[in-house]
Structures are given as structure tokens and as C-alpha cells.
Write a protein that binds this ligand. Structure first.
Ligand code: RB5
Length: 174
């Protein structure tokens, strides 16, 4: 399954702080990570991403032997996104709350916690979300797959939403 946001030119727009916001882009790669609470769903999602031939990089953890701290894994995914433009992230913890809070502290990251597909669609259309957060203890594998497909295949609407996104990033560090 090809990931697409096709026929869209990539525009780099710089906000007041010099951080660029990509409006239309082809998502080439997904970075994924979890904590122990999200490990089982991450494993299922990774197997499914392979099956769907979606390019991804699993940033851990690689076993569920001990508990780990979700901010460490949110940082791994978000710093990879900061370094590479044409990509997005999937972060999974028990509730999805911890990873979303941690991810949204990082510059240029717009992380959306979604439990159903409409939120995933709106997070892309209106918020140009670049990280999808899931609650591994709250949703099943099939719902996760539907949310991810919606997230990856919905383009950003731009227009007035871009002005608002710029304002989000102006709040960084306040
Ligand atoms: C870990 O027990 C749990 O707190 C974590 O996965 C997450 O749900 C935090 O927000």
C-alpha cells in the first residue's frame, strides 16, 4: 500500500522562529516507538506496516522485558522527524496521553492523540499533525490500522489552518 499525499508540491513556510512548516508533502517514512504499555500494539502495527509495505523504522523498545519511560521514546521519534522532512511518527503508550504530552513539547511537532478515524482525519486536514499517538490499552488492532491509514492518506487543507498552526508554534517555549 503506497502512502500518498500526491500531486502536492512541497512548500516550506517559515514562521517567526525560523521553523519551517511543510504544507503539502509526500510521507516517505514512518518512525514508530512505544513504551511498555504500548508495546503489544506497536508489535501488531509493525507487523501490519510490513505487510502493507509501508516504509517505517522501529525506534523501540524491541522487547517488553522491563518498563521504560515514554518521554525517551517520544524524543527518539520526534527528533527523527525534526531531522527529516518527509516523514511522520506513530507513538504508542498505554493511554496515548503521555507520549502525546511529551511529543508536543518538541519544536515543530504537532502530535494528535486519536481513538477513532474522524479525529485522525481532522488532525491532518486542520492541524497538519505529524505524529499520531495511540493508546495501546484502549484501542484494538483493527481500529489502530484504520486510524493509521486515515492519518497517512489525508492531506493538510492549508489556508486559514496554516495561520493557526503558525500560532501554535509561536507558543513554543512560552
Ligand atoms: C505506563 O504504565 C503508562 O503510564 C503509560 O504507558 C502511559 O499510559 C502514560 O501516559
Amino acid at each position: 500500500m503506497a502512502i500518498f499525499v500526491t500531486l502536492m508540491q512541497q512548500f516550506n513556510i517559515y514562521n517567526k522562529h525560523g521553523f519551517h512548516i511543510i504544507i503539502g508533502m509526500k510521507i516517505e517514512k514512518v518512525f514508530i516507538a512505544s513504551d511498555h504499555g504500548g508495546y503489544d500494539l506497536k508489535k501488531a502495527v509493525v507487523d501490519w506496516l510490513k505487510k502493507e509495505k509501508i516504509t517505517f523504522e522501529d525506534l523501540g523498545p524491541y522487547n517488553n522485558d522491563c518498563s521504560v519511560d515514554y518521554p525517551d521514546f517520544a524524543e527518539k521519534v520526534c527528533s527523527s522527524i525534526q531531522q527529516q522532512g518527509d516523514c511522520c511518527g506513530i507513538l504508542i503508550c498505554g493511554s496515548g496521553l503521555g507520549v502525546s504530552m511529551a511529543a508536543n513539547k518538541m519544536k515543530g511537532i504537532r502530535a494528535a492523540l486519536c481513538s477513532e478515524t474522524l479525529s485522525a482525519e481532522l488532525s491532518r486536514l486542520h492541524n497538519n499533525a505529524n505524529v499520531l499517538c495511540l493508546g495501546g490499552r484502549l484501542i484494538g488492532n483493527e481500529m489502530a490500522q484504520n486510524i493509521i491509514l486515515t492519518f497517512l492518506n489525508t492531506p493538510f487543507d492549508g489556508g486559514r489552518h496554516l495561520r493557526r498552526i503558525n500560532k501554535i508554534h509561536m507558543l513554543e517555549g512560552k
